[in-house]
Design a protein around this ligand. Structure first.
Ligand code: DC
Length: 197
């Protein structure tokens, strides 16, 4: 069975948690596509060469979840050649047999416009920054400033900017518990699976 769930949205909106829960509930594979850009960002050197040489083992590095890695990822993600080098891997993952959940910024718009389910997970910048701050600590105002900076870069770039696909269902998690957000996402997937020919 080929079935793709595309989950896009800005940092700390809840995409990761929802993606993992949907994948587990339906037995689908899951790819956090942000990790691809994070690896390219932390490797340093020529980002295009790093993207072309990237292997699955790179995704298990322990230094990918930091705020610095997120900023570095966002900076290399504006380079069209970096994005192009990562497309095939993501498309193959999305359309391989067995069902897949991919989360990122351009899954429903560029990587897999034919995805059976498209979700756009969002929340206010303040709520997202507060969540991030609870994880990483430090200066709350700086966490908010960096998050806004990353939003602006991800949404403003020329190639594959972050935006909701026209046919995506938007879930705003600003005032929604995680269980409720996961339930909504799972209901949408279940409804689509039932209606398959
Ligand atoms: O989802 P994340 O925070 O791990 O993503 C890190 C950065 O990678 C994000 O700020 C922009 C970039 N990214 C992207 O451009 N396209 C994707 N599909 C996923 C991430």
């Amino acid at each position: 069975m080929i079935f793709t769930v595309a989950i896009d949205g800005p940092a700390a909106a809840g995409k990761g948690t929802i993606s993992r829960a949907v994948a587990e509930r339906f037995g689908f594979r899951h790819l956090d596509t942000g990790l691809l850009y994070r690896v390219v960002g932390v490797l340093g050197g020529d980002p295009v060469a790093a993207a072309r040489g990237l292997g699955p083992e790179d995704l298990t590095r322990s230094d990918l979840r930091t705020l610095e890695a997120g900023q570095a990822a966002s900076r290399v993600a504006v380079i069209p050649e970096v994005r192009a080098a990562l497309v095939d891997f993501q498309r193959r993952f999305a359309r391989a047999d067995g069902g897949a959940v991919l989360d990122g910024r351009d899954i429903g718009t560029v990587i897999c416009p034919e995805a059976e389910v498209k979700l756009y997970i969002t929340a206010s910048a303040e709520v997202r920054a507060h969540r991030r701050w609870l994880e990483v600590g430090g200066d709350a105002a700086q966490v908010l400033a960096e998050l806004r900076e990353r939003d602006a870069r991800d949404m403003g770039r020329a190639d594959a900017p972050l935006r909701a696909a026209p046919d995506a269902v938007v879930i705003d998690t600003s005032d929604l518990g995680i269980d409720e957000a996961v339930a909504r996402a799972c209901n949408l997937v279940a409804a689509k699976l039932v209606r398959r020919p």
